[in-house]
Design a protein around this ligand. Structure first.
Ligand SMILES: Nc1ncnc2c1ncn2[C@@H]1O[C@H](COP(=O)(O)OP(=O)(O)OP(=O)(O)O)[C@@H](O)[C@H]1O
Length: 831
């Protein structure tokens, strides 16, 4: 002990090459044996520990530990545990082939003793080291388990690679926290019952077939790699377990690991696990992040990787590979796709199949992206009455709506009519239809398929009507991905008990079906709450009659039917016939005026809340941009507009001939008093004013209700302007208090003529001229037959029956909000 010699540093970690979930925690090599530095008895020494040739010879000759070698191995000079002396606290003597180390009995102050890779059989000298804290006697020839008197503070012991066969009682080792017994011949775990400090135990490569003797120990890391364990048992009480290495055993099931709430890492490489479902045993472990199932039969299962990731979504490392976020998303999308993904997949399927078919232009194919084909979708839980309401609505508003019958694979209930309620088809037929690209959306509900075909919509669109369908939430999601933009009305039972009773009364559904339907009420409510605007409006449907009244009212308000009736009644009594009161409160916009009935539907809808429901212009991006662009005008612009307005007025009054004169020039015309404003606007005679001179149009001269002779310029002007307004040429229009509106015609001097935005005049004018020549509306995509033309003209010349409004355009065209569609199809069929 006289001289201070340089200590030999033996770094355990350097002996470990492989990164395992356990790393080097146990201080023993985790690499396969053939990669380990060999112990003397297993072969020659590696260069790391070999000294010079001279030393090797010396080692071979002398297995007796002498003071000189001890001096070489001492390090860490410091205070002794008693604090009274200076002493070397560490001794490291690896790979010296030592057999007799009895000299160490004198080194009582040692706190750390490292003797790996020797040939030691007797460790009794340790009995003289009361302050020893760490002991490494791995790779020796020890047969006796802890063959020394227990040092009071001994915390870490490594006896790996020895010849021990049996564990003995370690009650005396109260401080023991880490015990490494790898590569011995131990067949039973025992003697640890009182080791209340043990947190790390490794018994890799022993002969253990049953896990036992670990009850209630505070073990955090347990390694039983390379044993013969077949079943994970007796670990239930290891509640502090964080890392478990059971690799290279014969385990078939993960049963037994369910309750280890702190478990983070499980290594089960090279076992017999076959079923993916085994992962469910560890599904609930909240902290599990690392799982190794390499070299298990389960890896041969199809979709092994995604399946395991789906079951164990908290994993960050699977089979030694980091888990990517994309893989987790793919796993969830595959095995429990969120509704959006289901809808997207459904949509994708139908688009792809449809693209394989010859592409044609449908009636419901629209000339503009901004003008969706008008559809109404009633949605809500099963049997909430939406089908009945849809039928009633289509019956009552048969000039506007028709029912779009879906296809289903369920068999018809009593009284259901094929083709009317549904098209009832077999599953094979349904699948064939999918492959033929027939569907727009499909969904499976209650074990049956339901789907809306393009043809179902097309039949309705061909008649010039809006299509009314009903479907579940999933169908709505899918439909929202399509080019169709129906208005969605949610019909929701507010009283679940009453709803369940109604379902029972139907006598069609099983208990579980009823429970499912009732439980979906909350899904709809949640959807409506969490995604405002997902449904356009909500109607409680506890009482079907009440629900229908609301639905009816809503549709009427939108169609402007009620208002038109009122308006026409007002006309009969000589009231204000231009616009209803609500429309006069503020200037109307083109959009307002584009209501099919000529009444201010948008204003009306605004006051009733129906505007958002039906006004497709709300969704019209370009319209919104245009509105923004139109907003404020500079003084120069204002002045310019005023000049142009003035010029237009003068032209209309015949004061100054200009380009507008020809535009509004017409013979003395009269309009039948019975005509509503819309009819007047659409009166073919009024188009004559747009014709180039010389056009051969016969005018009805018995016009003007007030004065049969009032073929004044004003009336011409107003009729022309009204017509333009119908074409959207006005930026705003009002009838001021000074004017006397008559039959929808704004008659009067200047104030009657409101600012004219002539920017679109040329276009509208051309369009209207085209109409005259072609008998089509500008946005009618297909040429009208002669029959249709006559039909339209004769229809327009007739007074419209109350409640039925005609539209000049196809459903959903850009100049109309949404409804109603032209009735051309129906009219054609009637003739
Ligand atoms: N194409 C479709 N897509 C999605 N859901 C659909 C489709 N066709 C029908 N459904 C819905 O499937 C559910 C089951 O249909 P079924 O005809 O069996 O119910 P129902 O008792 O008639 O319901 P309801 O009276 O509410 O229409 C209904 O909620 C129905 O609206």
């Amino acid at each position: 002990m006289a001289a201070i010699v340089s200590p030999v540093h033996f770094n355990l970690e350097e002996t470990t090459g492989r990164i395992s979930p356990f790393g080097t925690t146990f201080g023993t090599p985790c690499v396969p044996e053939n990669e380990l530095p060999e112990s003397p008895e297993r072969g020659s020494e590696t260069s790391e520990y070999s000294g010079s040739e001279e030393e090797e010879v010396l080692v071979e000759e002398e297995t007796l530990l002498k003071e000189k070698k001890v001096c070489d191995g001492l390090s860490n000079l410091g205070h002794s545990a008693t604090g009274l002396e200076q002493a070397y606290l560490h001794l490291s003597l690896p790979r010296l082939s030592l057999v007799d180390i009895s000299i160490l009995c004198e080194y009582v102050h040692l706190q750390k003793l490292e003797l790996p890779y020797n040939k030691i059989k007797d460790l009794s000298c340790v009995s003289h080291m009361p302050y020893l804290v760490e002991l490494d006697a791995s790779h020796n020839e020890l047969t006796e388990f802890f063959g020394f008197k227990a040092p009071k503070n001994l915390k870490e012991v490594n006896f790996s690679y020895n010849h021990m066969t049996e564990m003995k009682d370690l009650s005396a080792y109260q401080s023991l926290s880490k015990l490494i017994l790898d590569d011995n011949y131990i067949s039973e775990i025992q003697g640890l019952e009182n080791c209340n400090s043990i947190t790390c135990l490794s018994l890799a490569n022993n002969r253990i077939s049953n896990i036992s003797g670990l009850n209630n120990l505070p073990i955090k890391k347990l390694c039983l790699r390379g044993n013969q364990v077949q079943k994970i048992s007796n670990l239930e009480n290891l509640q502090t377990l964080q890392t478990l290495d059971l690799s290279s055993n014969k385990i078939q099931s993960l049963c037994g690991l369910e309750n280890h709430k702190l478990l983070e890492t499980i290594d089960l490489e090279d076992n017999q696990i076959q079923e993916i479902n085994e992962a469910t045993h560890i599904q609930e472990l909240p902290l599990l992040r690392v799982l190794n199932l390499l070299r298990n039969p389960v890896r041969e299962q199809p979709d092994y990787h995604l399946s395991v990731l789906f079951i164990l979504q908290r994993l960050t490392v699977l089979d030694l590979q980091p888990v990517k976020a994309e893989e987790k998303v793919a796993a969830v999308n595959k095995y429990d796709p969120p509704p959006e993904v289901i809808a997207a997949q459904d949509h994708m399927t139908h688009v792809v199949y449809n693209l394989r078919q010859p592409q044609i232009i449908y009636h419901s194919t629209l000339p503009s992206l901004d003008a969706p084909y008008p559809m109404l979708a009633l949605t809500g839980p099963q049997a909430c009455g939406k089908r009945e309401l849809a039928h009633r609505l289509c019956r009552e508003f048969s000039n506007f709506f028709a029912y779009g019958a879906c296809h289903t694979t369920r068999s018809p209930y009593f009284g259901e009519v094929d083709g009317s309620d549904y098209h009832f088809v077999s599953e094979e037929a349904f699948e064939d239809m999918i492959h033929m690209g027939k569907f727009i959306q499909t969904m499976k509900y209650g074990g049956h398929y339901y789907g809306l075909t393009r043809d179902a919509i097309e039949v309705v669109a061909g008649e010039g009507l809006a299509c009314c369908v009903h479907m579940e939430l999933e169908g709505v999601r899918s439909l929202k991905n399509t080019c169709f933009e129906p208005r969605y009305i949610l019909l929701i039972p507010m009283d679940k008990e009453e709803y369940a009773r109604r379902l029972r009364m139907r006598g069609l559904y099983s208990k579980s079906q009823i429970e499912m339907a009732v439980s979906r009420v909350d899904t709809y409510i949640k959807m409506n709450r969490d995604f405002p605007g997902f449904f356009d409006t909500v109607i409680p449907c506890d009482d079907l009659q009440d629900a229908y009244i609301k639905l009816n009212q809503l549709v009427r308000e939108y169609l402007g039917l009620g208002e038109q009736e009122r308006f026409e009644n007002a006309g009969a009594t000589g009231g204000d016939q231009t616009y209803p009161d609500s429309a006069r409160e503020s200037p109307v916009t083109d959009r307002d005026r584009s209501s099919p009935s000529g009444v201010n539907v948008s204003k009306l809808a605004q006051s009733t809340g129906a505007k958002d429901l039906f006004d497709s212009a709300n969704r019209n991006y370009s319209a919104r941009i245009q509105a923004a662009l139109l907003a404020p005008k500079s003084p120069v612009e204002q002045a310019s507009i005023q000049r142009r307005q003035q010029a237009a007025r003068e032209a209309l009054q015949g004061k100054s001939p200009c380009a507008y004169t020809r535009l509004f020039k017409r013979g003395p015309l009269t309009a039948p008093a019975s005509l509503g404003p819309r009819q007047h606007l659409l009166d073919p005679t009024s188009y004559s004013s747009m014709l180039p001179s010389g056009s051969n149009v016969t005018h009805d001269r018995s016009f003007s209700p007030g004065s049969p002779d009032s073929s004044s310029v004003e009336s011409h002007a107003s009729s022309g302007m009204s017509m333009l307004s119908s074409a959207g040429a006005f930026s705003s229009a009002t009838s001021s208090g000074n004017n006397t509106p008559t039959n929808g015609l704004v008659i009067g001097a200047e104030p009657a003529v409101e600012p004219l935005d002539i920017s679109g005049l040329g276009h509208e004018l051309d369009s209207l001229k085209d109409y005259i020549h072609s008998s089509n509306t500008p946005d009618t995509p297909r040429p009208a037959s002669q029959g249709e033309l006559l039909d339209v003209k004769s229809a327009l010349s007739k007074p419209t029956s109350p409640g039925v409004t005609r539209s000049q355009t196809r459903p959903g065209t850009n100049t109309k909000p949404v409804l109603p569609p032209i009735p051309s199809g129906r009219k054609v069929s009637e003739h």
